[in-house]
Design a protein around this ligand. Structure first.
Ligand code: GDP
Ligand code: IMO
Ligand code: MG
Length: 428
C-alpha cells in the first residue's frame, strides 16, 4: 500500500459468560468493514441479530453476513460442524441472502462430526458433576485437535487419505460411545453422510490470515467476532465451567492466523447486567423473583438450546478481569433498556471470599461458592431508554449508571445498545 490508509482490525469480545449481544454489535459495526471472521468455538454460539422485522440466529457464520457484499470467514481456531454449517448456510440462502463468494473457511479449521456431538451429550448425561454444555460436540472436537488426531478442512481434498483416517477415527469414537452405553449402530452412516459434504466445504477453503492482512493493507477494516465470553475462556474463565477454547482477544490472532501486532482495537461487549446459561458460579445472581422478572424483560433464554439464562447484577470484578485479560480499548454496553423499570440498581465492586476482600476475580481455590459480592446501590431511571440515540437523550440516572460502570471497569464506553434493532444504538 503506497502511503494509503491501513485498515483497522478490531476484536469484538464477550466479557461475561456469553450472550452479551456480540451478534448485534458486530452487525452494527459490519456496515463499515469489509471482512468479519470468527476465531474460535463452533455451533455452541448463538448470535441473534434483528434486521427490520426479521430475526436471524447465527451459530457458525459470522454476523457480518446480514450486510450484502461483506466477506465472512471461519478461522483455523473454529471447530467446524460441517452438517450444521450447511444447514445454516442454506437456510440463509432460502431467506434470500446472496451468499455466493462471501463465505470462506480456513483449511486449518478442524471438522466437527456427528459423533463429537453424541459423545458430548453422552458424557454430560453420565456425569455427576455436569458442565451444562450446549451438546454441540465442542469439548470432544477440541480434544481431538489437541490430541493431534483431528481431521482438518484441508484434509478433505484427499478422499483416500480421509478413508484411511476414518478407519481409526470410527473405531475410537465407537469404543468411547459404547463405554458410555450408547448405541453405535448409526455412527458410521452418520459420519459418512457428514463427510459427503467434505468436497463442498473444501471448495470454500481459503487462507484466512492472508485475506485479513490483504484487506487491512488495502485500507479495509476487519472485525474478529468472538463467541462465548471471557468467563467461559478455557484459561481465564471459571474452570472447569468453561468452554474448550480461548474466547479472549488473545485467541483472535491465533484463531485466524495473523500476528497480535495486527490488532488495533479490542471492543468488550458487556450487558448492563449479567447472565449465565449452563452450570458454574454466578456471584451476583438475583434473588428468585427478580431473576424471573429480568429474564422476561430481557428475553433471557439460550439462542442455541432454549435454556433459561440465570440473571444477576452487573459484576464489576468480572468486568475488570475482562478488561485486563483482553486488553480492552473500548466497551459496548448492551441491553440498558432491560433495566428501565427498576427503582434501584446494584453494581458489584468487590468480593468478600474465604481469603479476604478482593477486587480481582479469584480462581477456584477461593471457593467460588464462598464469594459474597460487595455492592454499590444506584438510583434507577424508571423511564424508557429505547428512543435514545445520544448519551444526552438518556435520563440523568441512566447516564450516572453508565458513568459509574465506566469508572469501575476503567475503560471508555464507545457504544450503548438500547434495543434489539440496528437503529437502537448510541455511539459515543
Ligand atoms: P451473543 O451470543 O453475544 O450474540 O448474544 P445473544 O444473541 O445470544 O443474546 C443477546 C440477546 O439480546 C439477543 O436476543 C439480542 O437480540 C438481544 N439484544 C441485543 N442487544 C440488545 C439491547 O440493547 N436491548 C435488548 N432489549 N435486547 C438486546
Ligand atoms: P455465545 O457465542 C453462553 C456455555 C455452555 C456451558 C459451557 C460449555 O452465544 O455467547 P460448550 O458447549 O461450549 O462445551 O459448553 O459454555 N456456552 C455458552 N453460554 N453463550 C454461548 O455462546 C455459549 N457457548 C457455550 O452453556 O456452560
Ligand atoms: Mg448467544
Amino acid at each position: 500500500m503506497a502511503g494509503g490508509r491501513r485498515g483497522r482490525c478490531t476484536v469484538v469480545v464477550g466479557c461475561q459468560w456469553g450472550d452479551e449481544g456480540k451478534g448485534k454489535i458486530v452487525d452494527v459495526l459490519a456496515a463499515d468493514v469489509q471482512v468479519v471472521a470468527r476465531y474460535q468455538g463452533g455451533a455452541n454460539a448463538g448470535h441473534t441479530v434483528h434486521v427490520g422485522d426479521d430475526e436471524f440466529v447465527l451459530h457458525q457464520i459470522p454476523s457480518g453476513i446480514l450486510h450484502d457484499g461483506k466477506r465472512c470467514l471461519l478461522g483455523n481456531g473454529v471447530v467446524l460442524d460441517v452438517v450444521q454449517f450447511f444447514e445454516e448456510h442454506d437456510a440463509l440462502v432460502a431467506r434470500g441472502l446472496r451468499m455466493g463468494g462471501r463465505v470462506g473457511v480456513s483449511g486449518r479449521a478442524h471438522v466437527l462430526l456427528p459423533y463429537h456431538r453424541a459423545l458430548d451429550r453422552a458424557r454430560e448425561a453420565a456425569a455427576t458433576a455436569k458442565i451444562g454444555t450446549t451438546g454441540r460436540g465442542i469439548g470432544p472436537a477440541y480434544e481431538d485437535k489437541v490430541g493431534r488426531r483431528g481431521l482438518r478442512v484441508g484434509d478433505l481434498a484427499d478422499a483416500s487419505g480421509v478413508e484411511r483416517w476414518l478407519a481409526g477415527a470410527l473405531t475410537r469414537a465407537q469404543d468411547l460411545l459404547e463405554a458410555l452405553g450408547q448405541d453405535v449402530s448409526q455412527v458410521e452412516r452418520e459420519t459418512r453422510e457428514a463427510l459427503a459434504l467434505g468436497a463442498r466445504l473444501h471448495g470454500l477453503s481459503t487462507e484466512v490470515g492472508s485475506e485479513i492482512l490483504t484487506a487491512l493493507s488495502s485500507g479495509k477494516d476487519v472485525l474478529l467476532e468472538g463467541a462465548q465470553g471471557t468467563l467461559l475462556d478455557l484459561d481465564q474463565g471459571t474452570y472447569p465451567f468453561v468452554t474448550s477454547s480461548n474466547t479472549t482477544a488473545a485467541g483472535a490472532p491465533v484463531g485466524v492466523g495473523i500476528g497480535p501486532t495486527a490488532i488495533d482495537d479490542v471492543l468488550g461487549v458487556l450487558k448492563a447486567y449479567t447472565t449465565r446459561v449452563g452450570e458454574g458460579p454466578l456471584p451476583t445472581a438475583f434473588p428468585a423473583e427478580l431473576d424471573e422478572q429480568v429474564r422476561e424483560w430481557g428475553g433471557e433464554y439460550g439462542a442455541t438450546t432454549g435454556r433459561p439464562r440465570r440473571c444477576g447484577w452487573f459484576d464489576g470484578v468480572v468486568a475488570r478481569h475482562a478488561a485486563r485479560v483482553n486488553g480492552l480499548t473500548g466497551l459496548a454496553i448492551t441491553k440498558l433498556d432491560v433495566l428501565d423499570q427498576l427503582p434501584e440498581i446494584q453494581i458489584a465492586v468487590g468480593y468478600r471470599t474465604q481469603g479476604g476482600q478482593t477486587e480481582f476475580f479469584p480462581d477456584a481455590a477461593c471457593g467460588y461458592d464462598s464469594i459474597e459480592p460487595v455492592y454499590e446501590t444506584l438510583p434507577g431511571w424508571m423511564t424508557s431508554t429505547a428512543e435514545a440515540r445520544t448519551l444526552e437523550d438518556l435520563p440523568r440516572n441512566a447516564r450516572g449508571y453508565l458513568s459509574r460502570l465506566q469508572d469501575v471497569v476503567g475503560v471508555p464506553i464507545r457504544m450503548v445498545s438500547v434495543g434489539t434493532r440496528r437503529s437502537e444504538i448510541i455511539r459515543v
